[in-house]
Design a protein around this ligand. Structure first.
Ligand code: KDG
Ligand code: MG
Length: 469
């Protein structure tokens, strides 16, 4: 096997590798296909086809034996993934819910991904991630990345159970006692937002995202009215069989939002942390104005000001304001995060673990962000299932640059189908020390709640033209 290299060095030593020497050497090399083949022969390398990466702690090799996709609607649609293994009773549960496109993800999982996983070693998480991301050639997009996240979470769950450790231990162990959490306060007017915010503070929250309906506009993102967080999280009943249309105009929005925060600061005092979500609605100059006008009210952050395509435009907002900025819930590629982080154009990266490829992806985003003093604020809405919320917190409590965690309380009916998940206490979220992610799915209960078609709303301007929702 070392024959060609020793010949090269012999030739070089003898000074034979002039131009003529190179030509002669290449003639010689290509006339010896057997040697070249031997250099790269498969039988000389340890084979890695994902079917066996070595056993853990002397345990017998493990194989994936089945991948089940469970679509269920306990008040809201969820897509859950259950990966079974060759070890009796050992399985992992992941979440692959993509609001409004659930069946596309379920089909991707069932028809395209599951057949690739049978007989693979579930312990080879990174290899499986690379194989499912780069392997099919057609990479990325919200549907594939949500499917990949579902698989990734289930594999981390299996690894934790196999190691008899919670996932955060596998990620490096605790860096904090809990994850600082925020909840939503929405209302039809300032007084109603205040009332909902006060209820959240009484419940123990220290951080509240505030959204108010804009007078004169029909429906404003994030303002379902004075509902308990549990009722706001389970929402399919409020979602239309076909998309509802909201009306948005930037001028009244830009006038009202700073006044909301002036009001809330006056009523709630300086200590409560306030946040606001622009939901990717604004143009760069509008976002710069809003961030500037909000400065006196010291927001924890202003979220998702711009459409996900306009990363460069965050520079404009930065140049005009010291309001901290967060961005990322619509990202579905790790590479979307790079320009914002490496130029420090944002303060919080808030990807959705469920749409960017799971824990394996989040670890990389968090590590990149750490190097640029950007903190994490993973997306945590009601339309992703408890396993993704659990994954959020396992990552939050094991990284050095965690910032804040968005959270919801799931309604009882969802808990009947999906048990476990993070717990909230005194402003912080935590996970138990149960092995794995700490969630389970009751497949019988899931059958009681069949999928119901539901769409997110869409939005238009007053003149009827399409607007980002
Ligand atoms: O499905 C859409 C929701 O995930 C999104 O509207 C929630 O913006 C959101 C947030 O910050 O929670
Ligand atoms: Mg948001």
């Amino acid at each position: 096997m070392h024959e060609p290299f020793s010949n090269i060095s012999q030739l070089a030593r003898r000074g034979f590798l002039g131009l003529a020497g190179v030509a002669a050497f290449s003639d010689w090399l290509f006339s010896r296909p057997r040697v070249v083949r031997t250099l790269f022969a498969k039988d000389e390398l340890a084979e890695n086809d994902g079917s066996g990466g070595g056993s853990s702690r002397g345990l017998p090799p493990l194989k994936i034996t089945d991948v089940r996709v469970i679509v269920t609607c306990p008040d809201r649609n969820y897509v859950l993934v259950k990966i079974l293994t060759s070890e009796p009773g050992l399985y992992g549960v992941g979440d692959a819910t993509l609001n409004g496109r659930e069946l596309a993800v379920a089909a991707d999982l069932e028809k395209h991904i599951a057949p690739l996983l049978i007989d693979r070693d579930p312990e080879q998480i990174e290899d499986t991630w690379q194989y499912l991301y780069r392997g099919p050639y057609w990479r990325g997009g919200p549907i594939q990345m949500t499917a990949l996240a579902g698989i990734d979470l289930a594999l981390w769950d299996i690894k934790g159970k196999r190691a008899n450790m919670p996932v955060y231990q596998l990620l490096g162990g605790r860096t904090r006692t809990g994850a600082l959490a925020y909840t939503h306060a929405s209302g039809r007017d300032f007084a109603e937002v205040e009332e909902v915010a006060r209820r959240a503070l009484e419940r123990g929250f220290k951080c509240v995202r505030a959204q108010v309906a804009i007078p004169g506009l029909e429906g404003t993102y994030g303002t379902p009215g004075n509902k308990t967080p549990e009722a706001a999280a389970g929402r399919v009943a409020n979602m239309a069989e076909l998309p509802a249309t909201e009306v948005f105009e930037p001028a009244p929005y830009l006038r009202v939002v700073p006044r909301l925060f002036e009001y809330l600061r006056a009523k709630l005092g300086p200590e409560v942390e306030l946040l606001h979500d622009c939901h990717e609605k604004l143009d760069p100059i509008q976002a710069a104005r809003l961030a500037h006008d909000l400065e006196p009210y010291h927001l924890f952050f202003l979220e998702d000001c711009l459409r996900p395509e306009y990363k460069e435009s965050f520079r404009l907002i930065r140049e005009h304001s010291t309001t901290p900025l967060a961005m990322g819930e619509l990202f579905n590629s790790l590479w979307d995060c790079v320009p914002l982080i490496k130029e420090q154009l944002i303060d919080y990266i808030r990807c959705d673990l469920g749409h960017i490829g799971g824990i394996t992806a989040a670890r990389k985003v968090a590590a990149l962000a750490e190097l640029f003093q950007v903190q994490t604020a993973w997306h945590g809405p009601g339309d992703i299932g408890p396993p993704t919320h659990a994954a959020n917190v396992h990552v939050d409590i094991s990284i050095p640059n965690f910032g804040i965690q968005e959270m919801v309380f799931f309604p009882e009916v969802a808990r009947e189908v999906i048990s476990g998940g993070p717990e909230f206490k005194d402003g912080y979220m935590n996970v138990s020390d149960a092995p794995g992610l700490g969630c389970d799915v009751n497949e019988e209960a899931a059958k009681k709640y069949p999928y119901r078609r539901a769409y997110l709303p869409t939005a238009r301007r007053m003149d009827g033209s399409v607007q980002d929702w």
